[in-house]
Design a binder for this molecule. Structure first.
Ligand code: KG4
Ligand code: ZN
Length: 338
C-alpha cells in the first residue's frame, strides 16, 4: 500500500518480451517496463524458444527492479504479485513464474497466476477507466484469435476461435513469404500503407453461416501461390500491394464477424485486444464500421496491445479480488484455455 492505494506488481514472459509493471488500484499505471527481444530473434526470422528463455532469465530481475524504481515504490509496499502462467512458450513462462514465486516466498506477499488472454482484454480497463464487463471482445494475437463475451472480470464465454492459424501468425508467415521478415505484423502494416488494397484480391474465408470461428491458413497459402506464380512467370511482385491485399482480406473478415456477433447477440460494446489490435487498418476499419452500426468500440493504446505486464497486473488484480491468491505450487502451462 502506498498513499492508501493497492499496488500490484505484474510480470510477463510468455513469448519474446520480458516485462514488469506496477499498477495502483488495478488500473493506474505507475510503471510499465518492456524489454523486447526483437533485435535478437530478427536474425533467425522468428522467435527461437530456447534463446527467448535464456534472455528472460538474464533480464527478469533487472526489469522488475526498473519497474519498482520507476514507480517509486519498494517491494515492501507491493500488495500483490501477478504473473502470466500461460498460454505461451513453456520455457519462457517458467522464468516469470519462478521469479514471481521467489518474490512471493521472500516477501510473504500474495501471488496470483494470470491467463495471458485475460491480460490482453484487461489492457482496455487501463485505457478506459470506466469500462466494466460484460461486453463482446475480439482478441487477436500471435497465438490466438477469439471472439468472446466477457461475463465479468474473470469469466468469459468463447463464441468463436481460429480453426488453424491465429491472425498474428498469418501476418508473420505472409511477411516471411514476401521477404519482410520478423516481426511480420508491424512490417506488413507499414508496407500495406504504400500499397493498393484492391490490386490483388485474396479470398475471404467466412466458414459456415452463423459460425464465429475463423480460418487464416488458406490466405497464407493463397499469398504463397500468388507470389510463386508471378515470379515463375517473370513478373515483378509488388510487396506493398500484396501486403495491402492480404491485410484487407483479413481485416474484412475480422470486422464482419465481430459486427455480426454484436448484432445477433444484442451487444452494444465491442472491445479489441491483442497484438494485432495495434494494426492501423484494423483500427480504422473497425472504428468506421462500428460508428455506422451504432456499436461503441474500445481500442487499447498501442503500447498496451502487444505483450506487456501492465495488462497482467490489471487482470491479476481482478482475479485476486474475485478468487483470492494462488499458492506456491502455481505452475506454467503452454496451453491454458480462455
Ligand atoms: O499479443 P502479442 O504481442 O503476442 C501474443 O500473445 O501472441 O501479439 C503478437 C502478434 C504478432 O503476430 C505480431 O506480428 C502481431 O501481433 N502484430 C501486428 C501488429 N503489431 C503486432 N499485426 C498487425 N499489425 C500490427 N501493427
Ligand atoms: Zn500476447
Amino acid at each position: 500500500m502506498k498513499d492508501g492505494r493497492f499496488l500490484t506488481l505484474g510480470i510477463e514472459s510468455s513469448c519474446d518480451e520480458t516485462a514488469a509493471a506496477v499498477l495502483a488500484d488495478g488500473r493506474t499505471v505507475l510503471s510499465n517496463i518492456i524489454s523486447s527481444q526483437i533485435a535478437i530473434h530478427t536474425r533467425y526470422g522468428g522467435v527461437v524458444p530456447e534463446i527467448a528463455s535464456r534472455k528472460h532469465l538474464t533480464d527478469v530481475n533487472h526489469v522488475i527492479e526498473e519497474a519498482l524504481t520507476e514507480a517509486g515504490v519498494g517491494l515492501d509496499e507491493i500488495d500483490l504479485i501477478a504473473v502470466t502462467h500461460g498460454p505461451g512458450l513453456i520455457g519462457a513462462l517458467v522464468i516469470g513464474v519462478a521469479a514471481a514465486k521467489a518474490l512471493s516466498l521472500a516477501t510473504g506477499k500474495p501471488l496470483v497466476g494470470v491467463n495471458h488472454m485475460y491480460g490482453h482484454v484487461s489492457s482496455n480497463f487501463i485505457s478506459y477507466p470506466a469500462l466494466e464487463p460484460p461486453f463482446l471482445s475480439l482478441v487477436v494475437s500471435g497465438g490466438h484469435t477469439n471472439l468472446v463475451r466477457m461475463e465479468d472480470y474473470t469469466r468469459c464465454t468463447v463464441l468463436g476461435s481460429t480453426r488453424d492459424d491465429a491472425v498474428g501468425e498469418a501476418y508473420d508467415k505472409v511477411a516471411r513469404v514476401i521477404g519482410l521478415g520478423y516481426p511480420g505484423g508491424p512490417k506488413i502494416d507499414k508496407a500495406a500503407a504504400e500499397g493498393d488494397p484492391e490490386a490483388i484480391r485474396f479470398k475471404r474465408v467466412y466458414l459456415e453461416k452463423d459460425s464465429y470461428d475463423f480460418s487464416f491458413s488458406g490466405i497464407k497459402t493463397a499469398v504463397l501461390n500468388y507470389v510463386n506464380t508471378e515470379r515463375q512467370a517473370g513478373r515483378e511482385v509488388s510487396v506493398p500491394d500484396v501486403a495491402a491485399g492480404f491485410q484487407e482480406a483479413v481485416v474484412e473478415v475480422l470486422v464482419e464477424k465481430a459486427v455480426e456477433a454484436a448484432h445477433s447477440l444484442g451487444e452494444k460494446r465491442l472491445v479489441l485486444a491483442g497484438g494485432v489490435a495495434a494494426n492501423s487498418r484494423l483500427r480504422t476499419a473497425l472504428s468506421e464500421r462500428c460508428k455506422r452500426e451504432g456499436i461503441a468500440l474500445f481500442l487499447p493504446e498501442k503500447v498496451l496491445c502487444t505483450d506487456n505486464a501492465a495488462m497482467i497486473a490489471c487482470a491479476g488484480y481482478y482475479k485476486y479480488k474475485a478468487e483470492g491468491p494462488d499458492d506456491l505450487t502455481l505452475d506454467a502451462f503452454a496451453d491454458l484455455p480462455f
